[in-house]
Design a binder for this molecule. Structure first.
Ligand code: ADP
Ligand code: MG
Length: 322
């Protein structure tokens, strides 16, 4: 059986990569990051608990990827560039056959975005992965939730709802054929953090948030913190390719309140549409305009003909009573 220190040395200790933001990585009492000239640090923590955020027995490689991806998604939503992260891990056992693919999944994503693993903590306990990411951005350039303005367009990146559809299929809520599940499941298990889009939207977008709990709830945070309201065209929502084959009510419900999308929802002045599209192109990330920010508070849903439509939707809340 591996000791705690063997485990850290074997799976989570690597030489610093060239150009790393870190001056000292794993192995001492602290990691050291070189101070950045005229930059703010963006810091975020997300925790994934077995049985709560992922199925018991989840594929370790995908879990490694997703644990980091959800954290990087928060950096993306602020327009921050990833620098480094720490990993706090509670493990029921030091199982090499689990740790190797977990580390590979996580570090492959980290390397693709030059985000250095610089430290962490390892303990025995129910499987829990808690990551803190550090990113940077020029002062005043963060895409804040409180920055939406009346008249702004509302945009979302990529497509929505296929992650929720996969969850419904995997948890037995509904039936989905194997081929469709093969397309939808990666949206649930291996989300793509929209880091390049977040960076390209600096100086273009006003407010942004990443959609983790569902569009209604997450856009709701922008509206509340900005003191504004919105009208969203439910027929403009970009349903994922598998969800797009389902009945219209399910498409709307999962696009609006599915969760686990890890797309960006952002607002930008309507005279910056060309700049938004240029940012989308530069980051190879499709974007769709879905609505408009208004002075009147609250969220109004309309269909393509502009007719009000009512949907009873709730976004995900860990402490909500059923
Ligand atoms: P300390 O007792 O000083 O907190 P630890 O013994 O917990 O240090 O950890 C030893 C070193 O290994 C530290 O540099 C710590 O940041 C790093 N570390 C521990 N667990 C992990 C992990 N899961 N991933 C990356 N680094 C880790
Ligand atoms: Mg420690």
């Amino acid at each position: 059986m591996l000791s705690e220190f063997d485990l850290i040395a074997r799976f989570f200790t690597r030489p610093l990569r060239p150009g790393s933001a870190a001056a000292l990585g794993v192995g001492d009492d602290c990691a050291l990051l070189a101070p950045l000239t005229n930059r703010q640090l963006a810091i975020s923590t997300d925790m994934l608990v077995e049985g709560r955020h992922f199925f018991p027995g989840a594929d370790p490689r995908l879990l490694g990827h997703k644990s980091l991806a959800v954290n990087l998604s928060d950096l993306a939503a602020m327009g921050a560039r990833p620098l480094a992260f720490t990993l706090a891990l509670a493990l029921p056992a030091a199982d090499e056959a689990w740790l190797a693919p977990f580390a590979q999944g996580m570090l492959a994503l980290a390397d693709s975005l030059d985000c250095e693993l610089v430290g962490g903590d390892t303990t025995k306990g129910p499987l829990t992965v808690s990551i803190t990411v550090f990113g940077e951005l020029p002062p005043g350039m963060a895409l804040r939730r409180a920055a939406a303005r009346p008249g702004d367009d509302i945009w979302v990146s990529g497509t929505l709802g296929d992650a929720r559809l996969a969850l419904a299929a995997l948890s037995g809520e509904m039936a989905l054929d194997g081929e469709s599940l093969d397309v939808a499941a990666p949206r649930l298990h291996a989300p793509t953090p929209r880091v390049a889009l977040g960076l390209a939207l600096r100086g273009v977008a006003h407010a942004a948030i990443d959609i983790s709990d569902g569009l209604v709830g997450d856009l709701g945070h922008i509206l509340k913190q900005s003191g504004v309201g919105a009208t969203v065209d439910v027929d403009a929502l970009p349903a994922g390719p598998i969800l797009a084959c389902q009945r219209p009510e399910l498409q709307r419900a999962y696009c609006m309140a599915g969760g686990d999308d890890y797309e960006l929802c952002f607002t930008a002045s309507s005279d910056r549409r060309d700049d938004v599209l240029a940012a989308a192109q530069a980051s190879a990330t499709p974007v769709t305009r879905i609505g408009v920010i208004e002075t009147a508070t609250g969220l109004r849903l309309v269909d393509a003909a502009g007719k009000p439509c009512s949907l009873s939707l709730t976004s995900f809340d860990h402490f909500a009573t059923p």
